[in-house]
Design a protein around this ligand. Structure first.
Ligand SMILES: Cc1cc2nc3c(=O)[nH]c(=O)nc-3n(C[C@H](O)[C@H](O)[C@H](O)COP(=O)(O)O)c2cc1C
Ligand SMILES: O=C(O)C(=O)c1ccccc1
Length: 420
């Protein structure tokens, strides 16, 4: 995989077409080439992405992406949980092979243990929105998870993602709209989305004071960009026409409100409903938003292929547990029976290393890529992904992990900082 950061520089200045061949070249490529020639516009300091991106945004967009549920306690806990684990490096570990960050999930090998988390309404942050981020993910060989709340249609995201790996995230309409669910699933399947991520923690938006202060709802914006999937859905369109006798375009406000209620019905499905998705989706199913061992075990009983240990980045239940905090016990209970994905709080390579050492098989990155998108469109998202992966590789390499390969990670490389 050698090497994200240097590749970026090489592409931009076209003076170093060949990526370096081994880890030793890392220093040369990053420190020397990076400093000697034109540098990427975005910083390598991950905290700067957030600061720079928020600086440029409207109060509404800033409140929306940076905002959390309630007091922000869970979002803070998500971050604090990483500092409770520390990596203990091993010395004089001879590396016999090239770096290999690959991991296996859902029966397939992936070059990197990172995916782009589903994030809705990305055109708020950049006019190119999902087209830019799906293209960047495809180019960086990182799976792209497309949100049902996207501001770009399923088909257009697929086209932008090219031959990349893409997975579809479902905001699951209530049972009375099963025909819409079936339509979404069949569109996703036809457009080459190979796995279904079902988000369980957001059947209604959480208590988000920043959005409430701004009177902001991403779906009800006057430009209606948040409802692209509904407005491009043949079943939703024909039902709307049947009910109101007019096309969506003749009363966009009513249509947007109806679509919002369709995918955020305000109440949850039950465990027994998962069978419906298993019947109508031909491929792996992953349940996103799991935080308890009991729920993880129910997922195993139902025979789904994976779970995402996630609290939606602290945006739904304030006062909730940290996502990294509950990861080990969930891995202990079900890690050998399905694939455990992780998100909520990943900001650097070391965070990915820790989550993988605690048993996650792949990490989803949320806000950081949104900041990259806001700052630099496709290039910005590419830069964020490359930086996180370059940082991860170097962290593992210097921690003495053979070939920087996540499969050699386990809890023995971690210490609880408060036990030292
Ligand atoms: C602006 C924004 C929009 C999001 N939209 C969705 C969504 O449409 N579907 C979904 O399942 N999760 C959504 N999420 C949650 C992310 O998929 C992910 O769980 C979370 O961002 C991970 O935490 P992190 O931001 O700390 O990386 C969204 C998160 C943000 C910040
Ligand atoms: O904001 C979110 O967390 C979220 O999941 C979402 C995305 C788009 C529209 C509404 C909610």
């Amino acid at each position: 995989m050698t090497f994200h950061v240097s590749n970026n520089v090489a592409h931009r200045v076209n003076k170093h077409p060949k990526p370096p061949a081994n880890p030793v070249d890392y220093e040369n490529s990053v420190y020397q080439r990076g400093l000697q020639f034109e540098r990427p516009t975005l910083s390598f300091q991950t905290a700067k992405w957030e600061a720079d991106a928020l600086d440029r945004m409207s109060a509404e967009s800033k409140g929306y992406v940076f905002g959390n549920a309630g007091t922000g306690e869970t979002a803070r806990k998500n971050r604090d949980a990483f500092a409770r684990w520390s990596i203990v490096p091993s010395r004089l570990v001879k590396t016999s092979a090239l770096p290999d960050l690959s991991t296996e999930v859902l029966g397939e090998k992936h070059a990197f243990p990172v995916a782009v988390a589903p994030v809705g309404v990305q055109r708020i942050f950049n006019p190119e929105g999902e087209v830019a981020s799906a293209a960047a993910a495809g180019r960086e060989s990182v799976p792209y998870i497309m949100s049902t709340a996207s501001s770009t249609s399923i088909e257009d995201v697929a086209e932008a993602n090219g031959d990349g790996v893409r997975w579809y995230q479902l905001y699951w309409p209530a049972n009375e709209h099963n025909d819409i669910t079936i339509s979404l699933l069949s569109r996703a399947k036809k457009a080459g989305f190979s796995a279904l991520f079902v988000t369980l923690d957001t059947y209604i938006l959480g208590w988000r004071p920043s959005d409430m202060d701004n009177g902001y709802n991403p779906f009800l914006r006057s430009d209606k960009i948040g409802v692209a999937i509904g407005f491009s859905d043949p079943v939703f369109r024909s039902q709307f026409k049947e009910k109101h006798g007019i096309e969506i375009e003749e009363d966009m406000h009513t249509a947007a409100a109806e679509w919002t209620r369709t995918i955020f019905p305000g109440f949850s499905h039950g465990w027994e409903d998962i069978a419906f998705l298993q019947k109508h989706w031909d491929g792996p199913i992953v349940l996103k938003g799991i935080q308890s061992v009991t729920d993880a075990q129910k997922a195993v009983e139902l025979g789904v292929q994976g779970i995402v240990v996630s609290n939606h980045g602290g945006r739904q239940v304030d006062g909730g547990v940290s996502s990294l905090g509950v990861l080990p016990r969930i891995v202990d209970a079900v890690g050998d029976k399905l694939d455990v994905f992780f998100d909520s709080g990943i900001r650097a390579g070391a965070d990915i290393a820790k989550a993988m050492a605690l048993g996650a098989r792949m990490c989803l990155v949320g806000r950081p890529f949104v900041y990259g998108l806001a700052l630099g469109g496709e290039e910005g998202v590419s830069h964020v992904l490359k930086t996180l992966l370059g940082d991860l590789e170097l962290t593992l390499h210097l921690a003495g992990i053979e070939s920087a390969n996540p499969k050699h990670l386990n809890r023995a490389i971690l210490e609880r900082e408060d036990h030292l």
